[in-house]
Design a binder for this molecule. Sequence first.
Ligand SMILES: [Zn+2]
Length: 465
Amino acid sequence: MRRALAFLVAAALLMLAAVWFADRPGSVSIVWQGHRVDMSVGMLLAAILAVAVGAVALHGLWRLVVHGPRRLARWRHERRRRSGYVALTQGMVAVAAGDPREARRHARRADVLLDEPPLTMLLAAQAAQLVGDESEAKRQFRKMLERPETEFLGLRGLITQALKTGAHDEALRLARRARTLRPQTAWVQTTLFELESRSGDWRAAQETLRQASRLAALPPATARRHEAAVALERVRQAAAEQRGADALAEAEHAWKADPDHPAVAAALAERYIVAGKSRAAARILEQAWSRQPQVDLVDLYLRAKGAQAPLQRVKAIEHLAGLAPRHVDSSLALARANLEAKLWGEARRHVQRAIELAGGTATVRMARLMARIEDEEKGDQLAARVWLGRAAEAPADPAWTCGACGAVHARWQAICGHCGAFDRIEWSAGHRVATPPPVIESPNSTPPGVPAVIPPVTSDPPRAS
Ligand SMILES: [Zn+2]
């Protein structure tokens, strides 16, 4: 529009000029080297105009000859780049849409068109992963390690692959390399922490956890709980290596980090007992019992109290149970102590109270205690068998259960020996089972790294972590 207007104005001006010159005729004579040329002023102006137009055209031609090839090359390069990015974008869209064939096609095209290996390598790796070609993906990730700008990304890809295939040693090595590159990245620290715990390198795990907490990579409550879990494993390690003072220090550290951790009270109390600090042990156990009674604590409490004679034991348990009088485990602990002291009536009364507190249905332990009472008090084999029959059908008692896979463990441990999950084992109500649960022996002889595990009693398939 604007151009058309400009053209019209220029044409009008030219016409005006032509009319003006036509109204004012005149002539021009040029004498040069003995030649004479006569012409009108209009002619002269037309000639000047023609020469000017010719000069402009010549200049344009010259520029085209001199700069043309370079411009052509630049234009072609630009077009290539643009198509390359279009291919890259389409490839990424195909990856997101889960279309591996398209993704690979565009990846190859982008690789040919673009001189941007970091981008095309990533797309090629993702496309390969989409079709399940892990070795091609690995090749691409490895190629990425060679360039500083993609090294970290390549490491991340390789770590994820190693974790998926269960190559934990490889993942650990790569994660350590990733940490030297970017120690401030949260996922590096949390992944490293998981791998170090899994490998049983608790000292390194403790340090990594501290760094992860500093980066706020974990919610504070989770970080504190994990800190206690790691410290508990270090207690176990130190105790196994006869480093009593270290074991006690770690147990105290665990208690300070998270006194609510389900395994911390028993560990600290045990270290106090070993160190001859029985009163401190009893105090910790009483605190723990008032918060969350747990059968594991009963024997420790009796040891802390030095209660040997049956009646002494009943008295000690009466004190402990008084701290959580409405809890099933308090009644059960009392029932057992009375049974061992041959106080049948009391024992029976406490089991019945436990059944009542449990909602009217006897659990496995309750039914077995009743069977023992019937058998030992009156020698009533028939009644005892009835109770044992009930035990077979009864809901399981609380036990150390992995929250991730449901495996039941003989004792608490930081790593679930069944699924490898970290710090997921809880003291929790068992699951209804059709057969009596296996008798859980104290696996003190279990070497570290080979956790005692009883297969899950749930019907859910164990979840791989
Ligand atoms: Zn598990």
